[in-house]
Design a protein around this ligand. Structure first.
Ligand code: SF4
Length: 495
């Protein structure tokens, strides 16, 4: 029996899809039995992992899969690949009606019944953690029995969608074989640049716009002894970056410090990528992060508006955050602070205020993300109450809220562009601070001026980033003329 595990990936497609390797490792550890119940019906070579880049057309992906003649195909579904995955399923079923199509992942789980109701090509949706349920489905196929006793799946029986009960016990992480230590991932592959690693599953937070904590409701840890072995192996191959996938890496500071020490001990020049809370940083952790070459740190705060934060169930300690950012700056770490635009009560002016405050901390980068109203989230359930209107197709972008008009949400795209050109590119950073400190102009006002100024440039859409950089002295003159009525040659401010 051949099983194919697949996902349509963002960007290069060379990134490692951990979920697929977890499924394969678990299947090999718990192989489905043949109909006689004696012999394992599955060998390693019967389970193939095949990923596709998002630029490939649907028919090419479907034909590639069909050529391998799998009995079962499992797709890992995310917000960025669900639409295309469903199109591939439709075509695949036309090519070979006997393939059992199973979907799983954070985009399929909350939409299980909806997907099965609309998409006759999909046979089963695995809800939540997929390892056990997928292995149970494979076992049912191998034994030639039905799916009625498999927990945590939704499926179709005689044309009707059925949802079996959820599992009453979560998997113990240690029961899932390590894709690295088991040799399923060949780290010698030349195309492997960045390596993901989970040291825990789940999140203690309950952010209303996020689905992760519903898929993994409790925080469970992989044993530190296993994490050390994985790090030792991974780092011995000197990848460019190791990405720790944990929801908030430093949510448990003592454990995070232990992992950082392990990373430092085994590191041979790789960079570390983590997501963390700045409020939980202390001097020791900042020092350890620097020693671990943590040069890719994501810090989501999403908003500074207290009402927005409260409605999203996100506590925020402004003073603790400021101190954390100071520590990251002190140790020269590279990080990105992330905001989300059209959250409840978040006005366009709130974003401007947040940018003024955040740029006052001299951050490495601030990023402004569009709000996606994800299926299964508390925010999606209360979207109407917050006046949030959003696209019904993935990635479910919000285009209006109770605090932002449609035009304002659209303007955020221009604001993002202004932030990139004036701050992130670094060419204009000093002038931004000079304009603020010497001319008393708020940074958010300068960003707005850039939006208006750049919109009037002839052929604005065709100007390259370098082209914008060359024209920044013109922009500076425009700001000075507009705000204080002087020619920029009369000031000390230079680009
Ligand atoms: S947004 Fe991050 S911190 Fe909040 S629930 Fe999701 S994973 Fe946890």
């Amino acid at each position: 029996m051949r099983i194919l595990l697949s996902s349509i990936c963002l960007e290069t497609g060379t990134d490692i899809q951990l979920a697929l390797y977890y499924l394969k490792g678990y299947l090999l550890k718990h192989p489905p039995l043949s109909a006689s119940g004696r012999l394992p019906a599955l060998r390693s070579c019967d389970i193939t992992i095949r990923t596709f880049t998002e630029d490939l057309c649907i028919s090419r992906i479907a034909r590639d899969i069909a050529r391998q003649k799998p009995r079962i195909i499992g797709f890992s579904c995310y917000v960025w690949n669900i639409e295309k995955t469903l199109s591939v399923c439709r075509l695949l079923k036309k090519i070979d009606a006997d393939i059992l199509i199973v979907l799983g992942g954070p985009e399929a789980t909350p939409r299980a019944e909806d997907i099965l109701g609309r998409e006759p090509a999909v046979d089963i949706v695995v809800r939540g953690e997929g390892e056990q349920a997928f292995a149970d489905c494979a076992a049912a196929v191998a034994a030639g029995c039905g799916f009625s006793r498999i927990t945590a799946i939704s499926w179709r029986q005689d044309g009707r969608v059925r949802s079996n009960p959820a599992r009453n016990k979560d998997l113990v992480p240690a029961a899932i074989p390590s894709p690295y230590l088991s040799g399923l991932i060949d780290l010698d592959r030349k195309d492997i640049v960045d390596v993901p690693l989970e040291t825990s599953r789940g999140c203690a937070c309950r952010c209303a716009y996020c689905y992760y904590h519903k898929n993994f409701p409790r925080v469970r840890f992989f044993p530190l002894s296993r994490v050390e072995k994985e790090l030792a192996l991974i780092l011995s191959h000197r990848p460019r970056e190791v990405y720790l996938m944990d929801a908030t890496f430093n949510a448990y500071p003592a454990r995070a410090k232990k992992i950082l020490r392990l990373f430092i001990r085994h590191n041979r020049g790789s960079n570390l990528h983590v997501e963390l809370k700045a409020e939980l940083l202390d001097e020791e952790m900042a020092r350890l992060l620097a020693a671990a070459r943590a040069n890719n740190i994501e810090i989501g705060i999403q908003s500074l508006n207290p009402r927005t934060l409260e409605s999203m169930h996100r506590p925020f300690n402004r003073e603790g955050f400021r101190k954390g950012i100071e520590l990251l700056n002190k140790y020269g770490l590279l990080y990105e602070i992330q905001l989300i635009d059209a959250l409840p009560y978040q006005r366009y002016e709130d974003l401007q205020d947040a940018l003024d405050w955040l740029y006052g901390l001299h951050p490495v980068k601030v990023a402004l993300f569009p709000l996606s109203v994800l299926p299964g989230t508390a925010l999606r359930a209360s979207a109407a109450r917050y006046g949030i209107q959003y696209s019904k197709r993935a990635p479910y972008r919000a285009y209006q809220s109770n605090a932002m008009r449609r035009q304002e949400v659209a303007r955020v795209e221009r604001l993002r562009f202004a932030m990139e050109r004036l701050y992130d590119s670094q060419v204009f950073q000093k002038a931004l601070y000079d304009l603020r400190d010497k001319a008393g102009i708020k940074i958010s006002d300068i960003l707005e001026d850039f939006i208006s100024w750049s919109a009037r440039l002839p052929g604005a859409g065709r100007i390259t980033p370098e082209g914008y950089n060359r024209r920044l002295p013109e922009f500076l003159a425009y700001v000075l003329r507009k705000k204080i009525g002087v020619r920029h040659e009369l000031t000390l401010i230079r680009v």
